[in-house]
Design a protein around this ligand. Structure first.
Ligand code: URA
Length: 219
C-alpha cells in the first residue's frame, strides 16, 4: 500500500472511538514500528539473555494503539512463541480486557525487557538499563495516549518511583502528555489463588471509565 495512503488510514484509525467495532480489524501496519523492529531484531546487549533466548519478544497486538499495556519480561511460552502474554498470565489479561470490552486487537502489550530472564527470574537492574533506549523508542513508535503498567517493574520504571504497586494501583497519573494507569501484574491473580482478581477488575473498571469519559481525549 502507498505510504501516504497508509499514514492517512492510521490517522483516521486514531480518531475512531473505542466502542467502534471497526477498530477491531487491524488493516494497517505502523511503518515506524516495522523500522523499530528491524533495528532491534538482533539486540545483543545482555549476554546472559541473548545466550538463553529463543526469540526476542517485541509484544503483541495493534501497532497503532490508543492504549499500551506493559508487563515485566517474556516467560517461557512467550520466548518460544515470540509474542507477549501468551501463557497463563496472558489468559488472565485477556479475561480482564474482555470485561472492559477490549481485545488484543484494540491494544498493544509489551514488556520492560524483550528477552526472557532464565528460569523466569526477576529482571536485573543492569538489564533494565540495557533495554531503556529500546523501551522508550518502542513507546514513542507505538505512540499511545494511555499506558497501563502491570506490576512493580513497569510502574516503577515509567513513573520513576520506588513506590510499590500496592500503593499506586488504580490511581491515574500524568506524565508529559501520557496518561498512566498502574495496576497489578496478572500473574498475581494466579499466585493469590484468584484473590487479586477482584482488585484487578476494579482497576480495569477505572480504565474503562477513563476511556468512556475521554472519547475525544487527544494528546
Ligand atoms: N509476564 C510478563 O510480564 N510478560 C509476558 O509477556 C508474560 C508474562
Amino acid at each position: 500500500m502507498d505510504i501516504n495512503l497508509q499514514t492517512e488510514k492510521i490517522k483516521k484509525s486514531k480518531n475512531i472511538e473505542f466502542e467502534n467495532k471497526n477498530f477491531k480489524n487491524i488493516e494497517f501496519e505502523n511503518i515506524e514500528f516495522q523500522k523499530f523492529k528491524e533495528k532491534w531484531k538482533n539486540c545483543s546487549k545482555c549476554k546472559e539473555l541473548v545466550e538463553n533466548r529463543t526469540n526476542i519478544v517485541f509484544g503483541d497486538g495493534n501497532p497503532n494503539p490508543k492504549i499500551v499495556f506493559i508487563g515485566e519480561a517474556p516467560g517461557d511460552n512467550e520466548d518460544k512463541k515470540g509474542k507477549a502474554f501468551v501463557g497463563r498470565s496472558g489468559k488472565e489479561l485477556d479475561k480482564l480486557l474482555e470485561k472492559i470490552n477490549l481485545t488484543r486487537n484494540d491494544v498493544y502489550i509489551m514488556n520492560v525487557l524483550m528477552c526472557r530472564p532464565p528460569k523466569n527470574r526477576n529482571p536485573k537492574s543492569e538489564e533494565i538499563k540495557n533495554c531503556h533506549e529500546r523501551f522508550y523508542e518502542q513507546i514513542k513508535t507505538l505512540n499511545p495516549k494511555i499506558i497501563v503498567t502491570l506490576g512493580n517493574f513497569s510502574t516503577q520504571k515509567i513513573l520513576e518511583t520506588k513506590e510499590p504497586i500496592s500503593k499506586l494501583h488504580g490511581k491515574i497519573q500524568k506524565k508529559n502528555e501520557l496518561t498512566i494507569i498502574p495496576t497489578f501484574h496478572p500473574a498475581t491473580i494466579l499466585y493469590s489463588g484468584g484473590n487479586n482478581r477482584k482488585i484487578m477488575e476494579e482497576d480495569f473498571m477505572i480504565i474503562k471509565d477513563f476511556l468512556n469519559n475521554n472519547t475525544n481525549y487527544t494528546k
